[in-house]
Design a protein around this ligand. Structure first.
Ligand code: ATP
Ligand code: MG
Length: 550
């Protein structure tokens, strides 16, 4: 019986759960955004009141001035609180998303993982998640806030000066289209520039790398021309960006001035019908001018926010594709660890189209030591991968002590089967952690016993902090890393030991040390190995794996 972990995949589901987990922060962020929108409406209204009173000859009171400056301060404070809360909220969301993705990574079958390009998977975790974070910091919420800001300013203007609201309703869509066009062109120019800069950066190392060939063939001026061409592209793209940047602000200023000018002219006209739409007090006109300049900024931001949302949606799509990949089956926990004979029974297996094993059977009795032989590419390492449960056979059964290896839980696997390979896979951390792999079931004493068995304890003791020394590349020789690998496998006291070409690339003296360690570690265990030298050292029988003719 397979027990698939029931999890809801998908970016939005993960985000919904994260928002629910941080209910206070979510509610606080929304409230703060709403308060910030409302607070931005207040100062011009207060200013209008003050000016109207002054023009009517009523002196300015301290309270009115305090209120006006207080409203400005509140607007600033709320706007910076909004920024901070949005950043915090975005961080919580991306944290949740990355956790979901890293959990997913551990649940993907080995067959899926080997097919993936590590760079692409890493890009899902970094670039794509960053675009989703931007969705919160400068995307959806900011867009909603800007839309509210535009609508509420328009409503206030409509109340104060209906005619101006009508003019703005005509002008603003045109301005929005203009903004979008400029932004799109700027973005295209920026992308061109980024491509050109990447090409420029590639040129220098390429030239240095091939400097001898360049000099030998007298290609200096050719390389220089190529370089000039690349920087020329970059400059051209930058010039286009600068051009759009340079025209945008003056257009906003001119438009602002034109709207104010038209409004002033119309409100000063003597026509009674025009005045029903445009007539207003001095104070109101100041407030309205203030509002006009405030309405252009959110429209400009909206264009960028649409951009952010578009790229975030592309990121969401890619992350969703990653999260929706089928997960491996998680077997239920069992009472006793699987121990006993190792058996491959009529196993057929291949990687995609490539056939490796065809109706292959073999039995290794408990405590027996067997060496797999066969031509390179015959499938020796593949048998080990099947035994470790990394792949499922297309037909037949792979069992240890009668238990299908697919039913061995991750927790149980280490005590059931240990594997030593040609290369040591170092985990970040100390020497002790290399042996225990942070498994709480393996104590410091057990790790030390395993290291003694592997003959690496003395070398570890000479390190500055012994077992607590943080591992670095050059810390051990290749043979010593192999001894550490044996210690790691032996620490969990597995019933079955798999040894795959572990003495390849070692000199005779080191090899003798490793083989000696192996002999000690293999005592009383079922051992399957790939290597003639181990066979000679450990004895036992051989099983041949025949190359499949494709
Ligand atoms: P060697 O003695 O060279 O280590 P081997 O007997 O261990 O060889 P395997 O590593 O089991 O051979 O590989 C068996 C065949 O399967 C080879 O032809 C190999 O190219 C192919 N193979 C191994 N791993 C994969 C994989 N992840 N995807 C596709 N093909 C694979
Ligand atoms: Mg191999």
């Amino acid at each position: 019986m397979k027990n698939r972990v029931k999890r809801k995949n998908g970016v939005f589901e993960a985000l919904r759960m994260a928002a629910a987990a941080h209910r206070l922060l979510t509610a606080g962020t929304i409230l703060c955004v709403a308060a910030s929108v409302l607070a931005s409406l207040v100062p011009p209204l207060l200013l209008a009141g003050i000016i109207d009173r002054l023009t009517a000859g009523i002196p300015l009171t301290f309270l009115a001035a305090l209120l006006y400056f207080g409203s400005l301060a509140l607007e600033g404070a709320l706007s910076s609180a909004q920024e901070s809360l949005l950043v915090l909220f975005g961080q919580k969301m991306t944290h949740a998303l990355r956790s979901e993705m890293s959990q997913k990574l551990t649940l993907l079958p080995a067959s899926t993982l080997v097919d993936q390009n590590p760079g692409e998977v890493a890009a899902r975790f970094s670039g794509d998640v960053d675009t989703v974070e931007a969705l919160f910091t400068s995307g959806i919420i900011s867009m909603a806030a800007d839309a509210c800001r535009i609508v509420s300013i328009l409503v206030v203007i409509a109340v104060k000066n209906t005619g101006l609201a009508l003019i703005l309703l005509l002008v603003l869509p045109l301005f929005a289209v203009f903004t979008r066009v400029v932004q799109k062109r700027m973005l295209a120019a920026q992308l061109d520039n980024r491509r050109a800069v990447a090409a420029v950066s590639g040129q220098v190392p390429e030239t240095l790398h091939n400097i001898r060939t360049i000099r030998a063939l007298g290609l200096e001026s050719y390389m220089e021309r190529r370089y000039d061409h690349c920087i020329g592209d970059s400059y051209a793209a930058m010039e286009r960006t600068n051009f759009y940047d340079a025209i945008y602000s003056p257009v906003v200023l001119v438009l602002n001035a034109a709207v104010v000018g038209i409004m002033m002219l119309l409100s000063a006209s003597g026509n009674a019908t025009v005045l029903t739409f445009f007539g207003m007090s001095v104070g109101t006109s100041v407030a309205v001018i203030n509002y006009i300049s405030r309405i252009f900024a959110p429209i400009e931001s909206l264009g960028m926010e649409i951009q952010t949302i578009q790229s975030a949606m592309a990121g969401v799509k890619r992350i969703d594709a990653f999260l929706s990949q089928p997960e491996r089956a998680i077997p239920p926990e069992r009472k006793d660890a699987a121990r006993g004979d190792v058996e491959l029974c009529h196993v057929t297996f291949g990687y995609g189209e490539k056939h490796v094993l065809n109706d292959f059977s073999m039995t290794v009795k408990q405590g027996e030591q067997v060496t797999l032989v066969g031509r390179t590419g015959a499938g020796k390492s593949t048998v080990f991968k099947l035994l470790l449960g990394l792949y499922r056979p297309e037909a037949g059964r792979v069992t240890i002590g009668g238990v299908d290896v697919a039913n061995i839980t991750d927790r149980e696997r280490r005590t059931c089967i240990g594997c030593v390979e040609q290369h040591f896979s170092r985990v970040p951390g100390t020497v002790l952690e290399q042996i225990t792999l942070n498994d709480p079931a393996i104590t410091r004493e057990m790790a030390r016993e395993a290291a003694k068995l592997a003959g690496i304890d003395a070398a570890i003791q000479t390190l500055p902090e012994g077992y607590d020394t943080v591992c670095t590349d050059g810390m051990f020789s290749q043979g010593e890393w192999q001894l550490l690998s044996i210690a790691r496998a032996a620490a969990a006291d597995p019933a079955v030991l798999l040894l795959d070409e572990i003495t390849a690339n070692l000199d005779a003296e080191t090899e003798a040390r490793v083989l000696e360690a192996l002999r000690r570690a293999s005592a009383g265990r079922t051992v399957l190995s790939v290597s003639h030298r181990i066979y000679e050292n450990l004895g036992g029988r051989t099983v041949e794996i025949k190359t499949q003719v494709q």
